[in-house]
Design a protein around this ligand. Structure first.
Ligand SMILES: Nc1nc2c(ncn2[C@@H]2O[C@H](COP(=O)(O)OP(=O)(O)OP(=O)(O)O)[C@@H](O)[C@H]2O)c(=O)[nH]1
Length: 332
């Protein structure tokens, strides 16, 4: 089972000595896989049933390749990635193929794209506190992601602190407080409607004082008010840097897969606002648009730390490229 994060110097992937894997989640591998497959069922059906329809003729001619490309686009892999995968199929000069071969080949090609982004959040233990800013449109899963990370980090023996940076929404603050209680970690909150940057500053000061290992900062996600949101996020980053020039050390963007291709636009929007270092893609269970993760990986190459395949906290899983690709394409 993959881990959500790893301890080590993230920028140097070869620095194996410094890396200490977090303890594996308690769930057995079988449970992880069946949850992933169950969660992705709608996306799998779309692609897998489509493949079964197309490859009934077994001949891999131009018309079949056209249909394959169209199916990949319909399954939200995006036109650029669909065209690339089609070309790879074409170059293999299959002639006749079985449906199983098609699924296996597609799973391999998709996994090759996804493998480049299968990267846990790299937490440098020499940086204390390691500051993670969590950004994303409201409802995309920021709080759930923070809750999951908190649970995993405390399980790994790390001291965690949370900051409720979405000061305008009392419900968001309350939700974060509940997550804090669950893992028994402090949650820094401010007055309703207060300055999020001031709160972030205060939280980092306190985290430094208390010897906290990881500070997770929740933020607002009012995308309808882009200019304000951008000003707010940039101010948070600016004030954090007053206390630690390298903070935030990671900025994780949460995306809701049910928005399909719109998730790509959200990455662009948030990247223009702040230095996004990694993604968590949620709600893959509620949609047939799971292929968007392949489009995201191919287009941006941003690390994918985790995926959400269900409502429960254990449905938020570390990202496993191979298993995701095999589940998505219906390869056994
Ligand atoms: N089905 C499903 N639901 C999810 C998933 N991830 C999160 N949710 C649900 O989506 C809703 C929103 O998640 P939150 O974590 O509160 O999202 P948020 O971005 O913090 O939202 P705000 O608090 O509104 O800013 C919650 O009801 C979660 O239980 C997922 O992978 N699948």
């Amino acid at each position: 089972m993959k881990s959500w994060f790893r301890f080590g110097r993230g920028k140097d992937e070869k620095d194996e000595v410094a890396v200490v894997e977090a303890p594996a989640a308690e769930e057995p591998r079988g449970g992880f896989l069946s949850k992933l497959r169950q969660g992705l069922a709608r996306s799998t059906d779309k692609l897998s049933d489509g493949l079964a329809d197309i490859f009934v003729r077994r001949q891999l001619d131009e018309a079949t390749l056209d249909e394959l490309e169209e199916l990949l686009i319909a399954a939200d892999l995006g036109p650029a990635t669909a065209s690339k995968l089609r070309q790879q199929f074409d170059q293999r000069r299959f002639g006749e193929v079985t449906l199983t071969q098609v699924k296996e080949t597609l799973a391999e090609d998709v996994a090759a794209i996804l493998r480049t982004v299968e990267k846990p959040l790299a937490i440098d233990p020499s940086v204390k506190p390691y500051v993670v800013l969590v950004v994303g449109v409201n409802g995309t899963g920021k709080t759930t992601t923070i809750g999951k990370l908190t649970a995993e980090l405390t399980r790994a023996g790390k001291r965690v602190m949370l900051a409720a940076g979405d000061t305008f929404r009392a419900a968001a603050v309350e939700q974060l407080r509940i997550w804090g209680q669950r893992s028994n970690v402090p949650v820094v909150t401010g007055p309703e409607g207060g300055d999020a940057a001031a709160l972030a500053f205060q939280a980092l000061e306190q985290a430094k004082r208390d010897g906290v290992d990881v500070l997770l900062i929740d933020t607002a996600g009012r995308l309808h008010n882009k200019a304000n949101l951008m000003a707010e996020l940039q101010k948070i980053v600016r004030v954090l840097k007053k206390l630690d020039a390298n903070a935030p050390h990671a900025t994780v963007l949460t995306l809701d897969a049910t928005t399909g291709q719109n998730a790509l636009a959200q990455v662009e929007t948030f990247r223009a606002m702040t230095d996004v270092t990694g993604l968590v893609v949620t709600k893959l269970d509620g949609t047939a648009k799971g292929g968007v993760l392949v489009a995201l990986a191919d287009k941006f190459g941003l690390p994918v730390h985790g995926i959400g395949v269900g409502e429960g906290i254990d449905d938020l899983q570390p990202f496993d490229a191979r298993e995701f690709a095999r589940s998505l394409t219906g390869a056994i």
